[in-house]
Design a binder for this molecule. Structure first.
Ligand SMILES: [Zn+2]
Length: 410
């Protein structure tokens, strides 16, 4: 292990021990006071290491700036963004475990629980021979998603501050809440942030570089039935449950998450409830291709219209809401941020792994707010649960990539 970033592991371990879970059911933003408290401390830390213009925005984001080296003020301003909240899994009393010099094949017990990291179940472990791994104790998630990103960004910037001989342009940092509940970046203030382009540091294993996400919408269908005593129902009952099943049966059977991969889109029925009197279905709609995405929404509308026409009444009410769009549609117009990240990885002998994300990132929203924002690896594996772990060496590599991007941008 190198000593280049002596503070990295300590910083990361301190962050993950703090509970910052976001709260899907809360209406306030940020959704939990735990996130606000963590962001407040983070703002203090940013001031302590010597950053300037530290601002807490009304949406909870903490912004900070590293001014350019003298004479490099006109170099593009690069942003780095990470989220502080953790996913919907137990995050109370996180006790990270450190496994030094992992042999790449042993089973790692998780604390005193019956859970374990077994290479037979998680073959990704084989990659980490000789690495220092940080795991959970089996009772919580780890929160490398995305405290690894937070720690890497701050460590990289601290390194620049401590090495004024390294010449660089202006850098903007942002740390925000509520990524895991999909709302954190809804009102990201790209103007105040001031970057020309940015990166979320929120990806998985070494080399991940992502610039395509899904287009995403949710659809809620309400079905008003007509309930009549079943004994005298003939010709009179409209069973909302039956209509719901008939509606769902109209959708192509292969366009489901469990049957699709790569760039294939889908409708995913995520919730259903009903009585003969009324029924509700909730779908999410996903597709990388914007036209196909629009057509998936249109198909739902057309099916609902057919049913309503058959009933001669509007018994089906469909509400569709777009959630985010494929940032690839923005980035393909200007691939410079992606190319710069690729160059930085190649300069460090890291093979870029570029694949479309079957999901979204904060960058999906931020890109459409005018700031092109692809996603860089932060190192985490098995995110969002007790089997989450991260390699310290990969976190160091992510820190290297951040520095190299800044260095190459001049
Ligand atoms: Zn994340």
């Amino acid at each position: 292990m190198t000593n280049k970033y002596s503070a990295l592991s300590e910083r990361f371990l301190n962050y993950v021990r703090v509970d910052t879970r976001s709260d899907e059911d809360a209406t306030k933003r940020p959704s939990s006071d735990k996130e606000v408290a963590f962001l407040r401390k983070l703002a203090q830390e940013l001031a302590t290491i010597g950053l300037s213009d530290i601002q807490t925005m009304s949406d909870g984001y903490v912004f900070a700036k590293l001014p350019a080296s003298p004479g490099l003020e006109n170099v593009p301003n690069i942003g780095f963004i990470a989220h502080v909240d953790t996913a919907d899994f137990n995050s109370e009393n996180i006790q990270p475990q450190i496994v030094e010099n992992y042999d790449g094949k042993s089973i790692i017990p998780l604390g005193t629980t019956a859970y374990q990291l077994d290479p037979a179940v998680f073959p990704s472990l084989n990659k980490y021979q000789g690495h220092t791994l940080i795991t959970t104790d089996g009772t919580t998630l780890l929160g490398a998603d995305d405290k690894a990103g937070v720690a890497e960004i701050i460590t990289a910037i601290e390194y620049l501050i401590n090495h004024p001989d390294i010449q660089h342009g202006p850098v903007s940092l942002a740390f925000g809440p509520d990524e895991e509940i999909g709302t954190g970046a809804d009102h990201f203030d790209t103007k105040a942030f001031g970057a020309d382009f940015a990166y979320t540091v929120d990806g998985g294993p070494l080399g991940e570089l992502e610039w395509e996400t899904f287009n995403a919408a949710s659809a809620k269908l309400h079905i008003q039935g007509q309930n009549v005593h079943p004994g005298t129902a003939k010709g009179a009952m409209i069973n909302a449950n039956q209509v719901a099943m008939d509606f769902h049966a109209q959708l192509p059977v292969h366009d489901r998450p469990e049957e699709t991969s790569g760039r294939e889109g889908f409708w995913h029925l995520i919730e259903m409830s009903g009585t003969p009197d009324e029924a509700n279905l909730t779908y999410i709609i996903r597709d990388h291709d914007r036209q196909k995405f629009e057509s998936r929404k249109d198909q739902l509308i057309a099916i609902a219209d057919q049913f309503n026409a058959k009933f001669g009444q509007d018994r089906l009410t469909l509400t569709i809401q777009d959630q985010y769009y494929n940032m690839g549609d923005i980035l393909k117009e200007n691939m410079a941020p992606v190319e710069l990240a690729e160059q930085a990885m190649q300069a460090l002998s890291i093979k870029p792994i570029i694949e479309p994300i079957r999901g979204g990132t904060d960058g999906s929203k931020i890109s459409f707010l005018g700031l092109p924002t692809p996603n860089l690896f932060a190192g985490g594996e098995n995110m969002h649960g007790r089997f989450e772990y991260v390699s310290l060496e990969v976190m160091e590599a992510a820190t290297d990539v951040i520095l190299k991007i800044i260095e190459l941008a001049r």
